[in-house]
Design a protein around this ligand. Structure first.
Ligand SMILES: [Zn+2]
Length: 153
């Protein structure tokens, strides 16, 4: 028999901030609440996918209005009241936008096969050193098609 009583169960209405303890092992006594913020960017670009079968439509040169979301997770700082300044995300993304916008993606180093997945990884590799807390990149190439990348491991 397991003798596991949860002694907290009697205090039903006292703790309004309790969340299901799915977190691994964190001492969340005085930990400031964590949140994820994101900023979305858009760019126009052309590409083709060189590795698909000859008749595949993605093998033909075409363009998309790509959208990329950059998600950053961290504690909400007490003084500022934010996780990160949105402007800092924009500043980190700006040089990448310059490289991508109105370019032929296949010509960019590292994007020889510019799928959404490879584009998400490409962005991650260039942003992770500048954005502490980078936790997710979403790339959309159409309104209904996209990719979510959360880094390796
Ligand atoms: Zn495409």
């Amino acid at each position: 028999m397991t003798a596991q009583h949860s002694t907290l169960s009697d205090q039903t209405t006292q703790s309004d901030k309790t969340t299901p303890s799915d977190k691994t092992t964190s001492s969340d006594k005085t930990t400031p609440s964590e949140m994820t913020v994101f900023k979305e960017f858009s760019f126009e670009a052309a590409h083709l996918l060189p590795n698909v079968p000859p008749g595949h439509k993605c093998r033909r040169l075409h363009g998309h209005s790509f959208r990329a979301q950059v998600h950053v997770r961290g504690p909400v700082e007490a003084a500022s009241g934010w996780v990160i300044d949105f402007a800092d995300i924009a500043q980190a993304f700006a040089p990448l936008h310059d490289q991508l916008d109105h370019h032929y993606l296949n010509e960019i180093e590292g994007l020889e096969n510019p799928t959404s997945e490879n584009l998400a990884r490409w962005l991650w590799q260039r942003l992770e050193s500048q954005l502490a807390g980078l936790c997710q990149i979403v790339v959309r190439e159409t309104c209904t098609s996209g990719c979510v990348y959360e880094g390796e491991g």
